[in-house]
Design a protein around this ligand. Structure first.
Ligand code: PLP
Length: 385
């Protein structure tokens, strides 16, 4: 089976992890801060907090932005459930904004209409989580302008997008947002096995996220309520969690970061080949906004079902049966039973639901060879005939 995504691990990656195993520190040593510096320097953010997953990063970002009971978090329905769940973790309510039919990202026009309605009902969101689906950045400038007018904070869920650029600058520099989150799960662009990171240019947000990722405990005298009792002393000043990243993960991340641009360039080469090879097939290939240089975590096609004699499901199943490990990103979050129990209904977000009825993620990863890719295309062509 050719999978839809897969990590790329070299001997240098293995050596980096083994070196940590033989060292004095498996957690809370020098590698985590070095990984943070490596990523923040690369993307141009002032502060970076490494954590054990992007889900944890989303949670501490929401906490630092003081999202809580009585507040609203808005996001896109076409995302992994974690982009919405982080709001529920904080006791906030969640709502969705439909997608743009060309980019599949949260649609700024739909957002504006929904904000106008929410203002009348006094239900404006406190936090908006935008998701750079497949690695393509959202229309951040338009969304940022709306955030100034309506007073909400922006978290970029850039789980798909490290190494990508918006208007020529690396995603993660925070020009148009408060916090950016990366995921280092093995299917993503670089990996630390499990892992994530929250980046910001705001020192106070960074300080709060630092507390939330480690039990709300500090050894920093500035954050304590009174003079330290002695060298052993620490204080718990918030209710935090254990969301820390290990030294082994950080060492792997540092080693992977050296190949980030190579990884993204290879994904672009693969995408260009797919674009060309699929040109005459009854599918819609990904459209790229001129402002964006996608991280290309995913390559999603949409089936032109009116020109195909099989159903979406039949095409998907045939591909799997023939050894192509396709996937579907994503099932609209509002159609999940947990969200249906909160009152969301089928039909609430028509563009998202239409996308779901046509989308298929083709294999896309560093190690996918030209021959394997040609095999994917050959099988797809035979299935669509
Ligand atoms: C993978 C992913 C997450 C969660 O990442 P973890 O590191 O597995 O917690 C969140 N949002 C999106 C869009 C993702 O793709």
């Amino acid at each position: 089976m050719i999978p839809y995504g897969r990590q790329d691990i070299t001997q240098a990656d293995i050596d980096a992890v083994v070196e940590v195993l033989k060292s004095d520190f498996l957690t809370q040593g020098p590698k985590v801060p070095l990984f943070e510096q490596t990523v923040s320097a690369k993307v141009g953010a002032r502060y970076a907090l490494a954590v054990n997953s992007a889900t944890s990063a989303l949670h501490i970002a929401c906490l630092a932005l003081e999202l809580g009971e009585g507040d609203w978090l808005w996001t896109t329905p076409i995302t992994f459930v974690a982009s919405a769940n982080c709001g529920l973790y904080c006791g906030a309510q969640v709502d969705f904004v439909d997608i743009d039919p060309r980019t599949y990202n949260l649609c700024p026009k739909a957002l504006e209409a929904q904000l106008m309605a929410a203002e009348r009902e006094d239900k404006l969101p406190k936090v908006l989580v935008v998701v750079h689906l497949c690695g393509q950045p959202c229309d951040m400038q338009a969304i940022h302008t709306l955030s100034q007018r309506y007073g909400f904070k922006i978290i970029e869920d850039a789980s798909h997008a490290i190494g990508g650029k918006y208007q020529g600058e690396y995603i993660g520099n925070g020009r148009y947002s408060d916090v950016t989150v990366f995921s280092f799960h093995p299917v993503k662009i670089i990996t630390t096995a499990e892992g994530g990171m929250a980046l910001t240019n705001d020192g106070q947000l960074a300080e709060k996220m630092n507390l939330y990722r480690s039990h709300g405990v500090t050894r920093d005298q500035r954050l304590m309520t009174h003079e330290s009792d002695g060298p052993w002393y620490y204080q718990q000043v918030e209710l935090g969690y254990n969301y820390r990243m290990t030294e082994l993960q950080a060492a792997l991340g540092i080693s992977q970061m050296e190949r980030l641009d190579v990884f993204v360039a290879r994904r672009h080469k693969l995408a260009k080949r797919y674009d060309e090879m699929l040109e005459n097939m009854p599918v819609i290939t990904p459209w790229q906004h001129p402002d964006s240089y996608s991280g290309l975590h995913l390559y999603v096609i949409r089936l032109k079902l009116e020109n195909i004699s099989k159903s979406h499901r039949q095409v998907f199943e045939s591909l799997r049966e023939l050894g192509i490990g396709v996937n579907l990103h994503y099932i609209p979050v509002h159609t999940q039973p947990y969200y249906q129990n909160m009152g969301f209904r089928q039909g609430d977000y028509p563009e998202a639901e239409r996308y779901y009825s046509e989308a298929i993620s083709l294999p896309m990863y560093q190690g996918l060879t030209d021959q394997q890719q040609a095999e994917v295309v050959r099988v797809l062509e035979s299935v669509l005939k």
